[in-house]
Design a protein around this ligand. Structure first.
Ligand code: ADP
Length: 251
């Protein structure tokens, strides 16, 4: 493994850290992160998800997790999903999952750093970090508190895609982190009877954009009611899809 979390004292070894970012909230970032994690887990790798979207944590819900691990008061262990993905989120530590987290940037970044350092992750091949949305102060501070190896940018067709990708690429560039790929969520709707693809929001070409920014990989996720249902029911791991396969092959 390339990296050792030496300062942590937990002895965890995380091989690769991938940040998942978006230009704003609501584009499906918290859906793409678990989908990526589940797709890689299915290939037999050990996988973790660190929910760094501290003020809007939705990762545990996607996996149907609400309980916290209370096995040892002095140590923080991640909670394991049904398929064995290790997860840590502020929502697994709150007394009530509806408790709001009203914290300023430095406290948020401090919590993320503590998740990285003090959680007993064990050996992990791929850790996905669900970043706070946007390219402002909070995501930047969070970025700087973690050794991120690469980022995935999530967009939706309603986004000002070009501007958002541009901002994300520049932010990543300032920190010398490569952009691995762009995922366009809600890219199209496939008719269940005729299997035609309908581009409800217009067909903006993320492939050309990716080429422009020298980003190697793109993926498109359709609007799919059964995906929304899987999220709502906390069964995102059971959703079968190959739409991210070309992306994860490059990890
Ligand atoms: P973000 O994290 O960017 O704020 P979420 O990942 O929470 O956005 O997505 C919001 C909700 O939108 C999801 O819980 C899901 O119900 C719905 N959704 C997102 N993408 C899709 C999709 N491709 N197909 C169906 N529903 C989707």
């Amino acid at each position: 493994p390339k990296k050792l979390i030496e300062e942590s004292g937990t002895g965890s070894q995380i091989n690769k850290v991938i940040g998942v970012v978006s230009g704003k909230g609501g584009v499906g970032k918290s859906l793409v992160t678990p989908l990526l994690a589940a797709s890689i887990r299915e290939k037999g790798h050990s996988v973790a998800v660190l929910d760094a979207d501290i003020t809007g944590p939705s990762i545990p819900k996607m996996f149907g997790l609400s309980q916290k691990d209370k096995t040892n008061k002095n140590r923080i262990f991640p909670v394991e999903s049904g398929h064995g993905i290790k997860i840590m989120s502020v929502n697994l530590l709150l007394d009530h999952e509806t408790d709001p987290v009203i914290w300023r940037g430095p406290l948020i970044a401090g919590t993320v750093k503590q998740f990285w350092k003090d959680v007993y992750w064990g050996n992990v091949d791929y850790m996905f970090v669900d970043m706070p949305p946007g390219t402002g102060d909070v995501p930047l501070t969070v970025f700087q508190s973690l050794p991120v190896d690469g980022i995935i940018v999530v967009t939706s067709p309603q986004d000002l895609v070009e501007m958002i990708v541009g901002k994300a690429v520049k932010m990543a560039g300032m920190m010398h982190i490569p952009v691995i790929g762009i995922v366009q969520n809600m890219a199209y709707y496939e008719c269940p009877t005729c299997h035609d693809k309908h581009y409800l929001f217009g067909k903006n070409d993320i492939d050309t954009l990716a080429e422009e920014y020298h980003i190697e990989m793109t993926a498109k996720i359709p609007i799919d009611p059964s995906l929304a249902k899987a999220c709502d029911e906390g069964r995102i791991e059971d959703y079968e899809t190959d739409c991210l396969d070309n992306l994860i092959e490059k990890f």
